[in-house]
Structure formats: structure tokens, C-alpha cells
Design a protein around this ligand. Structure first.
Ligand code: 5AD
Ligand code: SF4
Length: 539
């Protein structure tokens, strides 16, 4: 999700030193405590999508369980990890420029912080995927040159593989997400002193499940239910970087949800590149829509979200689950990519404009209002002006509550890389601007229609924005407190409340104003109980 429908950690509660490393519920969450261990520290920076954000939470959990301590700056860390994204060229470039910051010479002030585990490295068994220890003894070790172990995780790691070692020889660890099961092993090899380790297999049936997950968002717990992607859209690197689809068993998902509820979470978000392509590998064979209902029924869970849905696997049963179960949030993120059937075919999206619109019609006629958001690509090879106009007209028909719009970016290994009729960069920029402007107007109009209505909001943070209507009417109300949170439909609401402390509560907020990206309002009523089992949220 992007800006319009999510708020960053910095706008969540103040987390004290090292924002994002703690939270009001740190005490009762499954957060790994640094064991009295080797005293090593790690810094983990994440680029890209929510799947990456959540993978990082699991990677942090693995490291914490091994006795590492997480720190908020790379300078203070002995292990620096970048969890990377390569979905568009710009994202991948960002990673290499970050790696460039560690080029030896630029880091002369960084004294060795490498622990004895690394200094002893020549005597140890090099293990799999690693260079022979004897060679290490003769070679200046990049890790020592920098005083750090630098690691690249995620999609750039998978895509570039060991070429990263050639391009940035100071990197010691390269591991793609499909190999995260091996991460503890790889880290162990580094601890033993191996200079370079890599995990790049995508040929796996395993998912990355961890005993400890260090969750960054104190209100919304992310939960991967399916990894990888089998869809093979012609522009997309994900099938290469994340490997084939692998689903977790429904039992292990439900067990994790129970743990999350026990730890105080009331909202969970099920994640997958194509979350609704979920296939329960156990004998229970739970369908995705049944899983949604089962998760919503876990005592303590009050909101269930899921993203990203693929139109091909989006059926009426999902809409019926939303209609029947109030805890399943009234929001569906259903990327369309283009409004032209010809372009959709070239993209290998497996549905036509009409078929997509049929899915939309199911939601438009649902018994609960369902907020729909999407992803769009402009300037796909050969996209004509007329085809672009079909994307614009689709926006009119669907009336999205949010859209993430991208210029087509040619990516390595993808079928569309070699397609003819590339659209010039300026033309892509022009189309993007037209699209954004149109969607902005749609969102403005849709949000303005909500003025006067009342919604339930989970209070997630203090709002940075001041409600302008309050400034005009009564300065005391401004001081009363500015808060922010999300509706079930995933809209950001900035609102005032006189309550001293309402973080984590569900409140009813009356909407008093609207912008294209958020609502403003004031509290109408604070819910007495926050959880679906009737117990108060705050202990
Ligand atoms: N160029 C532009 N956008 C892309 N996306 C995926 N691959 C590309 C690409 N090569 C977009 C799609 C997808 C979202 C996560 O990123 O819209 O849904
Ligand atoms: Fe990429 Fe298509 Fe899979 Fe989405 S469904 S991750 S766009 S290949």
C-alpha cells in the first residue's frame, strides 16, 4: 500500500529513541528480546512493498532470537542489512546507491566493530555457498575494511545474485526471499567467519515462518499467508525474485492469529503477492474466503485485511464473506494495470476489461459498501493514445478510492523487455500526470460525499495535521488532541478528540471535511470495548 492509504511509522505513536523500534505494546507483543549473547548489533533498512516490510520483521525476529540487538542507525551496527526491491528500475538503483555509501575509503572513520567470531574466521569450516577459508586468510576482508558485515536481502539480491559481490565487493551476504528459511544458517556461517555467503535458490516449497517476529506496527499485524507468484505478468520481476507460489497451512496461520490476538493485536492483515490465490496445503483445504472468516472469528480480532488480490482468482465468495462478517474490512485492493483488453493481453494479466468490470460490479452491488483501490501502469510498450484513454474511462466506471500509478519500467528477465514500440519517457510522464490528476479528482469527490457520515476508526497515532475547521472555531479544541487512524475501508482520518489517551481504541468519528487522500473529523463516541470478544483492549 502507499501513501494515500497508509500512514508511516513516523506518524504512529512516539516510540522513544529509535522510532519504530518499540511501541506501546512492546511489552505484550511477541518481540524477541536480545539474549545476553555476543553483543552484536544489526541495522535493517527496508525498501519496497508490505511483503518486504513484513519479511524484515521476520528477519529481525530471527536475529533477535540469536542474541543480536537492533539499532536505529547503520553507523552503530556491526551487521547492516538492506531488504531490497527491484520492481521498478528506480527502486533497484536506490539500493546500489545505498551500497555505494559503504565503498571502502568513504568509510575511513568507521573503525572495526567486527566481533571475535569474524576475527577467528580462518579457522572455521567455510560451509556451503562460501569461499574457502584458506583463501580468506590471504585476502583483505571487506567486512573488516568497513568494520561491518553488509548484507543484501530481497528482490535485488535474488535478481543480481552473486554479481553484487563483484559490483560491491564489501558485501558479505546476498539472500533472496525464497531462501530466507536458510537465513539463520547463512548468518551462522558469517558468525563463523566466512567472508561471503549467499542463498539464491527459488526452487523451494517452503515458506519463511519464524518463531519470533519483531513487529514494527503496533496496531496492524502483518501475516504472510502465501509467498511467491505463479502469474507471470509480462512486465514483472516478482516470479523471478520471489519464486513460485507457496501457501502456509490454515492451521499455522490461525495459530499465529491466535498468538497475535493474545498479544493484544485487534487488526491483522493477510499478505501475499496474490493473496487470494491462497491454496491450503493441508487436508483441511480451506478456501481463501473461508480463511478470512476463520481469522475474523479468532477471539480478540476485530479487523481482518488482505492484500494484494489478483482479479483472476477474485470470486463472489470473497464478496459474500465481506458482506457476512463485519470484522472483514470493507476494502479490496484489486490491481487492474490497464483499461485496455489488448494491453492486458500483452501484459499476460489473464482477464479482459469486461471480466475485470464484472468483478467490480460484484463489489458495487454488495450489501456493504466496499472501498476499491488499484495499481495502474502507463506507457506499456505499444500503448496507444486510445488505449490510454480506455484506462481513463475505466477510472470513471470503477470510481476507485485510491490508485498507485506507475510509469512502465522495463525490467531484466521479463518478457516485455524485448517488446517493440517503447513509449518515450516524456510521453509516459505526461500520461502519468493526466492519470494522477483524474484519480485525484475522483478521490476528492468520493471523500467529500462522506462528510457528515460517522465511521469507526482505530486510533493509531497523533496526527501531524491540524483540523482546519477546529482552528477556525475554537482554539481549545485544537489543543484537545489531534489523532489519526484508519476506517474499515482503509481511509486515513485525522480527527480531534478531548479524550486524554485513545491509542488502540476504536472510536466513532464524524467526518467534517475531506481531501483527496484523507478525511478530517471529530470523535462522536469512544467504543466501550475494542475487541470482538468484548474485553477491553487496554489492560
Ligand atoms: N513497471 C511499472 N510498474 C510495475 N509494477 C510491477 N512491475 C512493474 C514494471 N515493470 C507495478 C504493478 C504492480 C505494482 C506492485 O507495481 O502495478 O501491481
Ligand atoms: Fe507481478 Fe503479476 Fe505476480 Fe503481481 S500477479 S506479483 S504483477 S507477476
Amino acid at each position: 500500500m502507499g501513501k494515500a492509504f497508509d500512514i508511516g511509522l513516523d506518524s504512529l505513536v512516539e516510540t522513544g529513541a529509535g522510532a519504530g523500534l518499540g511501541g506501546p505494546h512492546t511489552h505484550n507483543r511477541p518481540v524477541g528480546q536480545a539474549a545476553e549473547g555476543n553483543g552484536q548489533t544489526f541495522y535493517l533498512e527496508t525498501f519496497g512493498c508490505q511483503m518486504n516490510e513484513h519479511d524484515s520483521e521476520k528477519v529481525a525476529g530471527v536475529l533477535l532470537a540469536r542474541g543480536y540487538r537492533q539499532v536505529a542507525s547503520a553507523d552503530a551496527a556491526s551487521v547492516v542489512l538492506y531488504n531490497t526491491c527491484s520492481i521498478r528500475e528506480k527502486a533497484a538503483q536506490k539500493v546500489f546507491s545505498r551500497l555505494g555509501e559503504w565503498r571502502p575509503g568513504l568509510q575511513s572513520s568507521k573503525v572495526s566493530l567486527v566481533t571475535s567470531a569474524i576475527q577467528n574466521q580462518e579457522t572455521q569450516d567455510p560451509g556451503r555457498n562460501s569461499e574457502p577459508a584458506a583463501r580468506l586468510a590471504r585476502t583483505p576482508r571487506p567486512a573488516l575494511q568497513n568494520g561491518k558485515i553488509i548484507g543484501v536481502l530481497g528482490c535485488v539480491a535474488q535478481q543480481e545474485g552473486e554479481k553484487i559481490f563483484a559490483r560491491a565487493p564489501w558485501v558479505s551476504l546476498v539472500c533472496g526471499s525464497a531462501s530466507y528459511r536458510k537465513l539463520p544458517e547463512l548468518i551462522q556461517e558469517l558468525e563463523r567467519g566466512n567472508r561471503r555467503v549467499s542463498g539464491l535458490d527459488t526452487d523451494t516449497e517452503e515458506t519463511f515462518e519464524t518463531e519470533v517476529t519483531r513487529r514494527d506496527n503496533p496496531w496492524r499485524a502483518y501475516l504472510t499467508i502465501i509467498e511467491g507468484c505463479d502469474k507471470a505478468c509480462s512486465y514483472c520481476v516478482v516470479p523471478f525474485t520471489r519464486g513460485p507460489e507457496r501457501s502456509r497451512t490454515s492451521a499455522s496461520i490461525l495459530e499465529e492469529v491466535q498468538q497475535l490476538a493474545g498479544a493484544g493485536y485487534t487488526e491483522v492483515q493477510l499478505l501475499g503477492q496474490t493473496v487470494n490465490s491462497y491454496k491450503d496445503p493441508s487436508a483441511r483445504k480451506m478456501r481463501f474466503s473461508e480463511l478470512l472468516v476463520a481469522v475474523a472469528e479468532v477471539p480478540g480480532i476485530r479487523r481482518v485485511r488482505f492484500t494484494t488480490s489478483h482479479p483472476r482468482d477474485f470470486g463472489k465468495d470473497i464478496v459474500e464473506a465481506i458482506e457476512a462478517v463485519p470484522a472483514i474490512c470493507e476494502h479490496v485492493h484489486l490491481p487492474v494495470q490497464s483499461g485496455s483488453t489488448r494491453v492486458l493481453k500483452a501484459m499476460a494479466r489473464t482477464y479482459s476489461r469486461e471480466e475485470y468490470l464484472d468483478k467490480i460490479a460484484m463489489m458495487h452491488s454488495a450489501k456493504r459498501p466496499i472501498s476499491i483501490t488499484t495499481d495502474l501502469i502507463v506507457g506499456f510498450p505499444g500503448e496507444t493514445e486510445k488505449e490510454f484513454a480506455q484506462t481513463l474511462s475505466l477510472l470513471d466506471l470503477v470510481q476507485y478510492d485510491g490508485a498507485f500509478c506507475f510509469k512502465y519500467s522495463p525490467r531484466p528477465n521479463t518478457p516485455s523487455l524485448t517488446m517493440d514500440d517503447a513509449i518515450p519517457e516524456e510521453e509516459k510522464s505526461r500520461r502519468l500526470a493526466v492519470l494522477l490528476q483524474k484519480q485525484r479528482e475522483i478521490q476528492r469527490a468520493r471523500n467529500e460525499r462522506l462528510v457528515g457520515e460517522t465511521f469507526e476508526v482505530l486510533v493509531e497515532g497523533r496526527s501531524k495535521k491540524v483540523n482546519p475547521s477546529m482552528v477556525a472555531s475554537n482554539a481549545a479544541d485544537v489543543r484537545a488532541g489531534q489523532w489519526s487512524g484508519h476506517t474499515s475501508s482503509n481511509k486515513v482520518v485525522n480527527f480531534t478528540s478531548r479524550a486524554e489517551e485513545s491509542l488502540g481504541d476504536y472510536v466513532r468519528v464524524r467526518v467534517t471535511g475531506a481531501t483527496p487522500n484523507s478525511l478530517v473529523g471529530e470523535v462522536a463516541e469512544i467504543a466501550r470495548s475494542a475487541r470482538n470478544d468484548g474485553t477491553p483492549f487496554r489492560k
